[in-house]
Design a protein around this ligand. Structure first.
Ligand SMILES: [Zn+2]
Length: 659
């Protein structure tokens, strides 16, 4: 067998992982050797006889564990985008070992002592040093031997539970699919959509990973809608017990670390800092949002001619949209061709703002034939990084859309970034992929994260690009959404896929008018999920939950967000954001989206005040905010960009919540 490709740095441009050479059998040996090497390197750093300095301690740690870093970066990217059975088996085996490995480093007392002795005057070094101290304390470095043993057990169990949770979920998307034998019951779906789900004379509609399945907007048969909805909200029921156990363990861990709840622990290193701050913010939104949604529900029932049920919402929302605004969102699809959206929309906007250009690199390959790779250049022609694009849904890909790094930018290693975007667009049997407006928006959103990674200009990988607090990381990506509807950008990409004709202006006007409609639904669906996440992670240590579904209902009631027609965007059993990662993921962090949106709404206002899409504006955003990554206090970076602290009003106005 040839040498394991993870053992040496990739020799491809930008150190792009050599996907053509990487085979499944390479991962486990690379993980094992990577962890062993890393531990040895850490032992050397901890046992250094010289006095601790920034270079021989913190910087040395930044340099350590390269094989492990290369292996896990590629592995977890593949585990999200193309998780074959083999990959899933490796994931189950390796996740608890990685947790153990991380604990072995963070609970190394000699190493922690040395970190405490380091001093430096350089601001970027001082910031990183503080991050390291925080990482160690939060991982339990200050605890007694006895407490640390318990902490390790908790972490290992959490990691096993999280893997089981996400694997149950992946299975459920097809195992709980809606299976239909009589095609009449699928009336309303397009011919191509029906064709795509047909197999051996049956039709199987897989579940996407949120409550409200898109097909609910189109299916005319009420019974089919009800069946689909119920399958969706009741999928993976075995995950309820896993969630209870995880929430209980997280509460116990928080207590060990000196916090009253996992939520308190979780926000302490965020920009929110305290649970009170989060609750105060959410408190301003709940009442007006529910009132909005109730008004919308009345309009929908009126349209339907009977009191609607949850599975009717999307269907009649489309009808009201049509009646009230004469707008049918499916009329837009022919104007949103994937390739044009990417090149003439997403790339074009970035070009206007930042002067960057893109060249497809057909000579470089990804892990799947559908993956496209682009080289990105600065306005002066210098190299910026690689952008890897994987647009299509496949059975081995998890739901949703996301960005991740394949190589972190850092001056320490002289590496330029390799960043990646995943979408879940249905690949058509033939012809071009036509997107919904939501999918267009998502493409812009994820590219906002990609820009945060690409523009990173920092010394150390630990604080590169999107390595910022979780309640800040959605902000740059949300800002980038504004360009999806910017008139000159839209005119550039929204052209009919067959005729090339621009999208009719009146269709856009209607879309804009209709945009505010259904905001109540969207806000309540999101807030309900946020408050559910919050309730699970405000559990006090030792508190028990007998019945997860009853807990869920009571939590929503208590938070004032219970509304039978609008369930949380994610119920407990499929809330992957908060239960599919042992360490935390978005646990007690789902609030981050609306928290970031405060900064987003402020920034959109700034761009508009300053004449919108132009180089000066892009360059200012890039230099003050995008390029610093997590190498400084991100709120200070925001003030550098905006010139003052954020206010909540622009967000309230945008969401129609000003009272
Ligand atoms: Zn995002």
């Amino acid at each position: 067998m040839a040498e394991n490709p993870f053992f040496a740095p990739s020799t491809l441009p930008y150190r792009l992982p050599n996907f053509a050479e990487i085979q499944e059998e390479h991962y486990l040996p690379a993980f094992e050797r990577g962890m062993a090497d890393h531990l040895r390197e850490v032992e050397t750093i901890a046992g250094d006889p010289d006095p601790a300095t920034f270079t021989n301690t913190v910087e040395a740690l930044e340099r350590s564990g390269q094989i492990l870093k290369r292996t896990s970066t590629v592995f977890f990217s593949i585990a999200s985008s193309d998780a074959t059975d083999g990959i899933r088996e490796i994931e189950s085996e390796i996740s608890p070992k990685l947790t153990k490995h991380s604990d072995a480093i963070h609970l190394n007392r000699a190493l922690y002592e040395r970190i405490k002795q380091v001093a430096t005057d350089d601001p970027e070094e001082a910031w990183l040093l503080e991050k390291y101290r925080e990482d160690f304390v939060r991982a339990g470095a200050d605890l007694s031997e006895f407490e640390q043993e318990r902490l390790k057990e908790i972490n290992e169990e959490l990691s096993r539970l999280a893997t089981a949770f996400s694997q149950n979920l992946l299975t459920a998307s097809t195992a709980s699919a809606l299976v239909i034998e009589d095609v009449k019951e699928l009336d309303g779906l397009s011919e191509s959509a029906i064709k795509a789900i047909e197999k051996d004379g049956k039709y199987s509609l897989p579940l996407l990973n949120f409550t409200n399945q898109p097909a609910l907007a189109e299916l005319t048969d009420r019974q089919t809608r009800r069946k689909l909805y119920e399958l969706s909200v009741n999928r993976a029921p075995e995950n309820f017990d896993l969630a209870v156990r995880m929430a209980t363990l997280r509460a116990e861990r928080a207590a060990l670390l000196g916090y009253p709840s996992h939520a308190a622990y979780s926000v302490a290193d965020q920009t929110a800092k305290t649970t009170d701050a989060v609750e105060e913010m959410l408190g301003k939104l709940v009442g007006p949002a529910v009132a909005n949604a109730r008004r919308e529900a009345e309009a929908l029932s009126e349209q339907a001619g009977f009191p609607i049920e949850p599975w009717d919402w999307s269907f009649y929302a489309e009808k009201v949209r049509k009646a009230r605004y004469d707008f049918d969102s499916s009329e837009l699809r022919p104007y949103f061709e994937l390739n044009r959206v990417l090149k003439d929309g997403v790339f074009h906007a970035a070009g206007e703002l930042y002067g960057i250009t893109f060249a497809e690199r057909d000579d470089l390959v990804g892990y799947h034939p559908d993956v496209q790779i682009f080289e990105v250049f600065n306005a002066d022609g210098s190299q910026l990084g690689l952008f890897v694009f994987d647009p299509y849904a496949r059975p081995t890909k998890r739901g949703g859309a996301w960005m991740n790094n394949l190589v972190d930018q850092s001056h320490l290693f002289g590496d330029l970034p390799v960043v990646m975007n995943n979408l879940n667009v249905t690949k058509p049997a033939k012809g071009p992929a036509l997107l919904t407006f939501d999918e267009v928006n998502t493409a812009f959103h994820e590219f906002g994260h990609a820009l945060h990674g690409l523009f990173s200009n920092v010394r150390f990988p630990r604080v590169s690009g999107t390595e910022v607090p979780r309640d800040f990381v959605e902000y740059p990506s949300q800002v980038n959404e504004m360009w999806a509807t910017w008139p000159s950008v839209l005119a550039n990409f929204a052209k009919h896929h067959e005729t090339g004709e621009p999208v009719p202006a009146e269709l856009l006007e209607k879309m804009k008018a209709a945009e505010k409609f259904n905001q109540g639904f969207a806000t309540v669906e999101y807030l309900a999920a946020t408050l559910l996440d919050w309730a699970w992670h405000k559990l006090a240590p030792g508190e028990t939950v007998e019945d997860a579904e009853a807990f869920e209902a009571a939590a929503l009631e208590r938070a004032g967000i219970a509304f039978e027609l609008v369930r949380p965007r994610y119920r407990t059993n499929y809330f992957a954001h908060i239960f599919s990662s042992g360490v935390g993921g978005y646990s007690a962090g789902y609030y981050s989206y609306v928290w970031s949106e405060v900064l987003d709404a402020e920034s959109v206002e700034w761009f508009k005040e300053n004449d919108g899409l132009k180089r000066d504006n892009g360059d200012h955003f890039r230099s003050t905010l995008l390029s610093v990554g997590g190498s400084m206090d991100v709120m200070a970076a925001f003030r550098d960009f905006r010139g003052r602290d954020p206010r909540i009003e622009p967000l309230l106005e945008r969401r129609g919540l000003l009272t």
